[in-house]
Design a protein around this ligand. Structure first.
Ligand code: SF4
Ligand code: SF4
Length: 342
């Protein structure tokens, strides 16, 4: 409840309560369907690989400054592959924990996750595991099952599987996956997202309406049998009925997303580009959509209150901007592109 009140307070002041950072442009994987390296992920003809990124003390200092400026309640650290910067994260993550920031680190576990991170408060480590071993290893090598199992030893991670059409069409597949990962002592929770395509995308990964309904009903049926599986009715309802546009998406509207130069904004949401919201399978968007549909006493849906609060926040931000130096409200800076020597 404290978190909701704090988030609401920020929205009323015109501030997005969540921050998401692509902490590096580097990744040793080449996953099919990866949105981060798509040509359209960022605007203006810029790609993630062409951006400046930082390392060492400079990265640590810049992330700390960013967090101090935005003061997020929740921070997502994504990539690229965040573990490429494990040394820097070894300084950043304990600092975030001490500051009270809830942090979600999304990784392929392609290299060992430092064991000292297991003791950090408010840190959730989500490991992307896209199906059972044969399919996962084919898509995500060198982050294979064997490596993941070694690299997460001693941790309690959230297993996050993005369901593609190839997986959705195989009877019994989801249960086999949930059974395997439920049995691992290193698994804290199991999350399923659905593959989110770009508008007009034609791909093997893209699910159709019937696939989405079938997957949601399978997850629903598995929930009572596997307590580690996240299968709340509201979240599943959000997956089946995603927001229809970024303007309707509470997740996009409450999360400020930055790419690897820590300046370029990723919009409309973490996915960037022109995502097909009507086919969105993002778990965070689904969960917040479900919250938005919840009706308060008197019958008013939460998203109406959210719209109202956001409008107030915009006014407050406008008033705050008056009197600030012109640069603060001027056009966005051009993106410095510099080479990174590895
Ligand atoms: S691990 Fe993530 S960032 Fe790297 S290629 Fe795969 S999907 Fe893209
Ligand atoms: S999270 Fe999903 S619904 Fe929200 S803006 Fe992105 S694609 Fe659209």
């Amino acid at each position: 409840m404290d978190g909701i009140i704090a988030a609401w307070g920020k929205i009323l002041r015109g501030i997005k309560p969540n921050l998401s950072i692509e902490i590096t442009r580097e990744c040793p994987l080449r996953c099919p369907g990866c949105y981060a390296y798509g040509e359209d992920h960022l605007e203006g003809g810029v790609t993630l690989r062409s951006l400046a990124d930082y390392k060492g003390d400079e990265l640590v200092a810049r992330v700390k400054t960013l967090v101090e400026e935005h003061d997020p309640l929740h921070l997502s650290i994504i990539g690229g592959e965040p573990l490429v910067r494990f040394r820097e994260l070894g300084q950043i993550l304990p600092w975030l924990a001490e500051r009270g920031v809830y942090t979600n680190l999304v990784t392929s576990a392609v290299r060992p996750i430092p064991i000292e991170w297991a003791a950090l408060d408010r840190l959730l480590i989500a490991v992307s595991i896209d199906g059972l071993q044969p399919e996962h290893d084919a898509r995500r090598k060198p982050a294979t099952y064997d490596r993941i199992l070694k690299h997460i030893a001693g941790h309690h991670v959230t297993v996050h599987c993005t369901v593609t059409r190839q997986i959705a069409q195989r009877p019994g597949y989801l249960e086999e996956f949930v059974r395997f990962w439920s049995e691992q002592p290193t698994t804290r929770k199991i999350w399923f997202s659905l593959y989110t395509p770009q508008v007009g995308e034609v791909s093997d990964e893209r699910l159709d309406e019937a696939d989405r309904l079938r997957v949601a009903s399978e997850i629903d049926a598995l929930g009572p049998k596997y307590p580690k599986l996240e299968a709340s009715k509201r979240m599943l309802e959000g997956l089946v009925r995603p927001p229809l546009s970024p303007e309707e998406c509470i997740f996009a509207r409450t999360t400020h997303c930055l790419s690897a130069d820590l300046e370029t904004v990723v919009s409309p949401c973490q996915l960037g580009g022109n995502p097909d919201c009507a086919s969105c399978g993002c778990l965070a968007a689904a969960a917040l959509a479900a919250v938005g549909r919840y009706r308060l006493p008197g019958g008013i849906p939460v998203h109406r209150m959210f719209d109202w609060s956001e409008a107030v926040g915009r006014q407050v931000a406008r008033v705050r901007a008056i009197g600030k130096p012109a640069a603060a409200s001027g056009p966005r800076r051009t993106i410095p592109v510099r080479a990174v020597s590895d």
